[in-house]
Design a protein around this ligand. Structure first.
Ligand code: G4P
Length: 528
């Protein structure tokens, strides 16, 4: 490894932003980009109001529904740091996509609405973060509105999200009487003003007993702040970077994204404490982010991002080494060498060709159906990164084609959408149906809408009587063959031709498992 490489890796921060819909994720994302100088105009809200696309919205459906269906990638610079921000879908029906995105980040930023506290999707998203012990920074948003008591919000987070909260800033008042925040660690007071300006006015008050505090925010508020801070001190949770990095403790910030308030403090702390690109496990060994040899893993595939070009892009997270334009890499699953001639890096508003990139960076590579989620690329060594599984679907539908002349287009559309991981595709052994499996039902609506918009195929669904699925295997071929005979009408092949057992109920599944102890039933599957 070279000094240059170590330097480049250490100044990178790759993180995902997560929240329950409407907590302010889009607004905060745009403010972060604004602070990073990546965009000139503020305004998720403005752009929504004027019906312009929000920077991270690629799909018409996202706008219609007001939820983020797909996730997007944005790079920006802040101070000396190169930041890769990955947006995630807030809706639980897309939790599989969220999981995959979170496999590509080193930390996460959780946005919570101060009036709502922990919401259902916040809990679901946290479950996903916890699977990987992702370090999390929390931003409690909308302090300019009446909300819950900050202490209650922290208690709520601790109880429902099972993570210790350590506030790094503390709010003074809320709603109409919101005065600003006090930074517990730097001893500075940020005075709130509802403006769109970049810098909030700040005042250093290291001695809390100083009269300067009373003068700045008023006697009663100063007294309340002193009480709150004494309470917090009594609670005894002190920021511990190690605990944060292990996902056991979350530093908490308060602010108002729409007013730019608290965003800069958040960003300053983020670049300081958030982890630089981490090492990654492969089937053979741990690959260090600072190794010289290039390696990367595909964690996301998106078709038709730009409808005008009908392109398919594979998103690769660089895990080690340096990427240079035109470099030749091995595509291990295919056993082929490919040249990455026109990789793309996603800046906030546009894509640009990438000359070089390092561990932590996300590059987009044009894909003609040869790249799948979980594929590993490296210069020489045969590697296979682990940690991007598919989850057994819980909802199933049979696809009914409206126009029989579109059979080919339907097959192509479904294959491509399955490749993206937007849905799971199953072909029963016993008939020619297309069965779709999903972790959340909204995925089905997305597929119908995308088939129509992107492949010009009108389709609808019939219900099917399946409730769960398991990938199956057996050490002994004969046993598997026997099982195939007895369970023929419940067996299907997934998009990668893996044998899958579809069960009508979890009770039935359990029964079949008990009857067939030599068959392995897997709830998740990693690509071979
Ligand atoms: P999301 O991506 O998490 O779904 O949330 P988004 O940023 O779209 O924000 C959801 C709503 O919350 C938006 O209002 C946005 O203006 C508002 N919001 C975001 N941050 C703040 C804040 O700090 N304070 C207040 N008061 N509101 C905030 P909207 O209903 O979509 O639009 P609008 O009609 O209110 O402008």
């Amino acid at each position: 490894m070279s000094i240059e490489q170590i330097k480049e890796v250490s100044r990178r921060r790759t993180f995902g932003i997560i929240s329950h819909p409407d907590a302010g994720k889009t607004t905060l994302t745009e403010k972060l980009l604004l602070f990073g100088g990546a965009i000139k105009m503020a305004g998720a809200v403005k752009s929504r109001k004027t019906k312009k696309h929000a920077t991270s919205d690629w799909m018409a459906m996202e706008q219609e529904r007001g939820i983020s269906v797909t996730s997007s990638v944005m790079k920006f610079l802040y101070k000396d740091y190169e930041i890769n921000l990955l947006d995630t879908p807030g809706h639980q029906d897309f939790s599989e996509d969220t999981y995959r995105v979170l496999t590509a980040v080193d930390s996460a930023l959780l946005v919570i609405d101060s009036a709502k506290g922990v919401e259902t999707q916040t809990e679901k998203l946290m479950e996903v973060c916890r699977m990987r012990d992702t370090p999390i920074i929390t931003f409690i948003n909308k302090l300019d509105r009446e909300g819950l008591d900050p202490l209650d919000i922290l208690a709520d987070i601790e109880e429902h999200l099972k993570i210790v909260c350590v506030p790094l800033t503390w709010p003074i008042g809320m709603g109409k009487s919101f005065q600003g925040t006090y930074n517990i660690y730097t001893g500075s007071l940020c005075i709130f003003s509802a403006n769109e300006g970049k810098q909030a006015e700040s005042l250093i008050i290291t001695d809390l007993n100083s009269i300067k505090l009373d003068e700045a925010i008023g006697k009663d508020e100063a007294a309340a702040l002193r009480d709150d801070l004494a309470l917090l001190e009594g609670a005894g949770s002190v920021f511990d970077k190690e605990a944060y990095l292990q996902g056991k403790q979350t530093p908490v910030f308060f602010g108002s994204a729409v007013n730019n308030f608290g965003v800069q403090e958040l960003l300053d702390t983020f670049v300081e404490i958030a982890p630089a690109p981490k090492n990654r496990m492969s089937t053979t060994r741990e690959v260090l982010a600072t190794e010289t040899e290039f390696s990367a893993v595909a964690f996301k595939i998106q078709a038709n991002m730009d409808p005008a070009h009908r392109d398919r892009i594979a998103f690769l997270r660089i895990c080690s080494g340096k990427f240079t334009r035109g470099m030749k890499v091995k595509h291990h699953r295919m056993g082929k060498e490919i040249t990455i001639a026109n990789a793309t890096i996603f800046m906030a508003q546009d894509r640009s060709g990438v000359e070089e990139a390092y561990a932590g960076d996300i590059i987009g590579v044009h894909n003609h159906g040869t790249i799948r989620i979980g594929d590993t690329f490296s210069e020489k060594e045969v590697l296979k990164f682990t940690g991007i599984p598919s989850f057994a679907p819980e909802y199933f539908r049979k696809v009914i084609l409206k126009d029989p002349l579109k059979t080919k287009a339907l097959a192509k559309g479904l294959e491509q959408l399955a490749e993206e991981g937007a849905v799971q595709l199953f072909r029963p052994l016993s008939n020619a149906d297309y069965l779709l499996g999903a972790v959340g039902v909204l995925q089905f609506d997305v597929i119908i809408s995308r088939l129509q918009n992107e492949y010009n195929v009108r389709a609808l669904y019939d219900p099917v009587n399946f409730a769960t699925a398991r990938w199956i295997s057996a050490e002994d071929k004969k046993t598997l063959e026997e099982f195939k005979k007895t369970a023929y009408y419940n067996l299907a092949l997934d998009a990668d031709d893996n044998l899958t057992y579809l069960a009508v109920s979890s009770w039935k599944l359990q029964d079949v498992q008990e009857q067939n102890p030599e068959i392995v039933f897997s709830k998740t599957r990693e690509q071979d």
